[in-house]
Write a protein that binds this ligand. Structure first.
Ligand code: UDP
Ligand code: MG
Length: 311
């Protein structure tokens, strides 16, 4: 029997949050009066998370657990959940209760109206200030480059129609950013505001390095504009250099040999070396992802799916 709603929750070391999460999520889902399944994806947790999820699965018929063979990251964990999901409407939710489950009925209502992707944006976001500022920059920059028109890329509480999930499952990307992917395939998207809370238990799984990597994934997956910027700035610098060379040649002819401006020259050289290395880096980000894509390794490895129906 296929449920009407699938809720997918990636879990990485969230032993403190799982109990409170269920206590809040269950009443909300029950109040909808529709059939549902909850798919927890254990993304290689090293604490008691998996044992707790396993107990939940034993206790509650709607809970299914996808146990991954290591830590593949939040987006791959959700992908693993998508592959297992059977519902007609799919909701993604973080385990840490930063996005309250009470927003789910609003998302479902929008989907009932015929929207195939229901995005959310956080009002009054409760995160460290540097993350809020960085997010605002990323949201603006990505919208300018990738033209996806998403207000809040980072908010993972979203709803997707079955049709969208089937397309996402078929696209098999190894590095990706799920809200952007869903938005790209949407025919009738909408965005609604949701409240946001501070993380009360456990710690954020995103340090600065992970955030940078995630944002590179977002950028490289959905736009080639950074590469074009490299090309255009290369062309502009070449043109300027040509003018400079003409000027220097004229000066040499008119004024004779000079040895001034050595430090200026060094300064310019450093700047150009910086730009060259950065450009190489940007190109490298794309090449690395192409490499990962062509090596055709599995995106994630599922150790076991705990599902009532197979037992
Ligand atoms: N998560 C995951 N794998 C990871 C990192 C995070 O499954 O490698 C899960 C985590 O357990 C949580 C969600 O992704 O349910 C969001 O993570 P977090 O709250 O740490 O991110 P933040 O809110 O700080 O952006
Ligand atoms: Mg969080």
């Amino acid at each position: 029997m296929k449920p009407e709603i699938s809720v997918i929750i990636p879990v990485y070391n969230e032993e403190e949050s799982i109990g409170p999460l269920c206590a809040e999520l269950y009443p909300v889902l029950k109040s909808l009066g529709r059939s549902f399944e909850i798919i927890f994806v254990n993304d290689g947790s090293r604490d008691k998370s998996f044992a707790m999820l396993y107990d939940l699965h034993k206790e509650r018929p709607e809970v299914r657990v996808v146990d991954l063979n290591g830590n593949f990251g939040q987006h791959m964990a959700i992908m693993a959940g998508f592959e297992q999901s059977r519902g007609g409407k799919i909701i993604t939710l973080d385990a840490d209760l930063q996005n309250p489950p009470s927003a789910i009925p609003g998302i479902i209502a929008k989907m009932d109206e015929g929207h195939d992707v229901v995005g959310t944006y956080r009002i009054d976001r409760q995160d460290p200030i540097f993350r809020k500022v960085a997010s605002r920059m990323v949201n603006r920059l990505t919208n300018r480059m990738a033209r996806l028109d998403i207000r809040d890329y980072g908010c993972m509480l979203r709803g997707y129609d079955r049709r969208i999930i089937d397309i996402i499952n078929a696209s098999c990307e190894t590095t990706t950013f799920i809200p952007a992917l869903g938005r790209k395939f949407a025919a009738n998207p909408v965005e609604i505001p949701v409240t946001h809370r501070e993380r009360e238990r456990g710690v954020s799984k995103y340090g600065i390095a992970q955030l940078i990597r995630l944002n590179f994934d977002l950028m490289t997956s959905f736009t080639l504009v950074p590469l074009q910027l490299v090309t255009v700035s290369g062309m502009a610098i070449s043109l300027l250099s040509l003018l400079l060379v003409c000027y220097i040649m004229l000066r040499r002819i008119i004024m004779g040999p000079e040895v001034e401006g050595v430090f200026t020259l060094m300064g310019i050289q450093f700047l150009l070396t910086g730009i060259t290395l950065m450009s190489l880096g940007i190109t490298g980000e794309y090449v690395g992802r192409i490499y990962r894509e062509v090596s055709r390794r599995p995106r994630f490895v599922v150790k076991k799916v705990y599902d009532r129906e197979d037992e």
